[in-house]
Design a protein around this ligand. Structure first.
Ligand SMILES: *Cc1c(COP(=O)(O)O)cnc(C)c1O
Length: 366
């Protein structure tokens, strides 16, 4: 992949699907035309072929290396997005008589909680709803109760723009939706029973969801009442090939993981994430209130930077002028308003420099 030249990329800050690294886009475009010397497109190869076996194995190995995943855990490539995990987790792990404990930090954790409530008994273990999800609750003591089947958190709330700095310690199995910040920092995988992430923020294109799960947790529970396709046990047993996996999406993930490894791994992604987020937050914090951050400073996300301006007119002008300056994908989520700059791994530092520069110039002008 070193031989593929990075093309000039636009400054795109979309929240999801996010941008892919330039070299990966070039590589997968070629592979879509013809994959290696197989005389086939990667879109045409069989999921039972050695070529796909290699793609999936390499993707697993790379993810294991990058996140230091212990042997106790396996890696699955599933479909249905992070949203299907909202349902699969309680269907598999929320046994009769137990409770699913959810920490509510924003809209994604709310969705996970609502879905689990359709399956079984749930409770709110902690919440920052009263403060409009402006912060991550600070939890010192164990928040689990003896009846809890698991505690669920959302490591990064993509919509409001908040992020857990450190993870809670719980006596119940810890489950995390890491869709929007996986691979942006090292994580103690051994402390989690299950981690899931839709690929389209930091891992690749939409269409595949990565699940990292403790094998003994899956093996310890009976899920005979759950449809086969929705049992983790089925996918573990069949190495994610129970039904046809999304071959092209897994291939793209494998290429993204190779890119992350070449660039220096998750430590380097973390270093860059901090540099990038600091650039944009500084433009907010140095603005004397011209830009207002949505989230309290100690809970701010390094992936999704959210801010507002004082009036609708200013916000419209900001979007228009940003667009003229070649900066796109900055509209905030419709429920939050204002702006959201998503700074996923593939967003370059130089894009953030241009955004921060633009913000300062816009402030001066208005
Ligand atoms: C994007 C996102 C989701 C939804 O993912 P789908 O793949 O669309 O189901 C869930 N959780 C978080 C934190 C997200 O950022």
């Amino acid at each position: 992949m070193n031989t593929v030249k990075t093309k000039l990329r636009k400054d795109y800050f979309g929240a999801g699907p996010g941008p892919l690294p330039g070299p990966v886009l070039e590589q997968i475009s070629k592979d879509a035309a013809e994959y290696g010397d197989l005389n086939l497109s990667v879109l045409e190869i069989s999921h039972r072929s050695p070529a796909y076996e290699q793609i999936q194995e390499r993707a697993k190995e790379r993810l294991r290396r990058l996140l230091d995943i212990p042997d106790t855990h396996d890696v699955l490539f599933l479909q249905g997005g992070a949203s299907l995990q909202f349902a699969m987790i309680p269907m598999n792990f929320l046994q009769e008589g137990r409770t699913g404990a959810y920490v509510l930090t924003g809209q994604w954790s709310e969705k996970a909680y609502d879905e689990a409530g359709r399956v079984g008994k749930v409770r709110v273990a902690a919440s920052s709803k009263e403060v409009g999800y402006r912060s991550i609750p600070s939890l010192s003591a164990d928040i689990a109760s003896p009846d809890d089947a698991y505690v669920h958190i959302t490591s990064n709330e993509t919509i409001v723009g908040s992020q857990w700095r450190t993870f809670p310690e719980t006596s119940a199995p810890l489950v995390a939706d890491m869709s929007s910040d996986i691979l942006s920092r090292p994580i103690p995988v051994q402390n989690f029973h299950l981690i899931y992430a839709g690929a389209q923020k930091n891992l690749g294109p939409a269409g595949v969801t990565v699940v990292i799960v403790r094998k003994d947790w899956v093996e310890s529970l009976s899920t005979s009442g759950v449809p086969k396709i929705l049992q983790y046990a089925t996918h573990l047993k069949n190495d994610s090939k129970y039904n046809t996996p999304p071959v092209f999406a897994v291939h793209a993930v494998e290429r993204v993981l190779a890119w992350v490894e070449e660039e220096g791994g998750v430590q380097e992604m973390e270093r860059r994430a901090k540099v990038k987020a600091d650039l944009v937050y500084a433009a907010i914090d140095d603005s004397d209130g011209f830009y207002q951050g949505v989230v309290d400073p100690e809970s701010r996300s390094q992936m999704n930077v959210t801010f507002r301006l004082a009036s609708k007119e200013l916000e419209t002008a900001f979007l228009n002028e940003a667009k003229e300056a070649g900066l796109s994908g900055l509209s905030g989520h419709r429920s939050v308003g204002g702006f959201r700059a998503s700074l996923y791994n593939a967003v370059e530092v130089s894009s953030c420099e241009r955004l921060a520069e633009f913000m300062r110039a816009f402030q001066k002008k208005h």
